[in-house]
Design a protein around this ligand. Structure first.
Ligand code: UDP
Ligand code: MG
Length: 243
């Protein structure tokens, strides 16, 4: 006999995790505290992006204890953008918040992101005003990359690298997330005519483990920018490609 599918919750939280075993229970506790205080129905969709550590086992334990936890397991490490897409596809709420699983974002900022949706924006993206990371290898390169992407795309936001965002489901339907393109979500959504807001949030240092990215990503990001620029301008005017 098939059990009846529970009604869709009001809010879905989507979190890609790759070898984050040490952070998961803390993340879950912090989130639960904030979400329960908000008094809405919710689900937390963790996407295990092919972890080799205890991540999956810990998530399965959580799922058994809390029916609001959903676990998606990818067969191998596909990268953050595809893991996000898998989580978006599995989530059911009309509003979605995506964040990282390494405790760098603070769930207490979730209500502020959602407030932007209530004001009529389709996407509310966070701005890490004070980065708590190494200046030379992280903060400075990301400042430069953000300036370039802002100038080329014309999207007036400051932080393209953040994955802490709130969305209306409509905005996610046509969002195609190729590997690495999670940094261009605002550019892609802006091209499709969605209204984007930006709100400042806290950013905490990584508590366990190390970042999955190094300085090498800067080149990749700039190449991706050229790709996004190309695709977005020719999508709307395909015949120009012959020019
Ligand atoms: N992540 C992932 N797959 C990957 C790399 C990272 O799911 O291949 C997750 C990671 O576990 C974390 C989030 O994406 O929850 C952001 O990764 P990270 O903290 O390494 O990036 P940074 O904050 O340094 O930009
Ligand atoms: Mg991080």
């Amino acid at each position: 006999m098939k059990t009846a599918q529970a009604a869709a919750p009001e809010l879905s939280i989507v979190i890609p995790v790759y070898n984050e075993a040490a952070s998961i229970l803390v993340q879950y506790a912090e989130l639960t505290q904030v979400l329960e205080a908000m008094g809405i129905s919710y689900e937390i969709v963790f996407v295990d992006d092919g972890s080799q550590d205890e991540t999956f086992r810990i998530l399965e334990d959580l799922k058994r204890k809390d029916a609001r936890v959903i676990v998606v397991r990818l067969k191998k490490n596909f990268g953050q953008a595809l893991a996000l897409r898998a989580g978006f596809d599995r989530s059911r709420g009309p509003k979605i918040v995506s964040m990282d699983g390494d405790l760098q974002y603070d769930p207490r900022d979730i209500p502020r992101l959602l407030e932007g949706l209530s004001q009529g924006f389709d996407v509310v993206t966070s701005w890490r005003v004070e980065r708590s990371e190494n200046y030379l290898t992280r903060t400075l390169p990301s400042y430069v990359a953000n300036r370039i992407i802002r100038a080329l795309s014309g999207v007036p936001i400051h932080d393209f690298g953040t994955t802490f965002k709130a969305y209306r489901r409509e905005a996610l339907r046509r969002l195609d997330l190729e590997d690495g393109l999670h940094r261009f979500i605002p550019v892609l959504l802006n091209e499709m005519g969605f209204k984007i807001a930006e709100v400042p949030v806290r950013c905490r240092p990584r508590r366990f483990g190390t970042s999955h990215y190094g300085l090498g990503r800067v080149w990749g990001v700039l190449l991706d920018m050229i790709f996004v620029k190309f695709v977005s301008s020719y999508l709307s005017r395909p015949f120009r490609m012959f020019g």
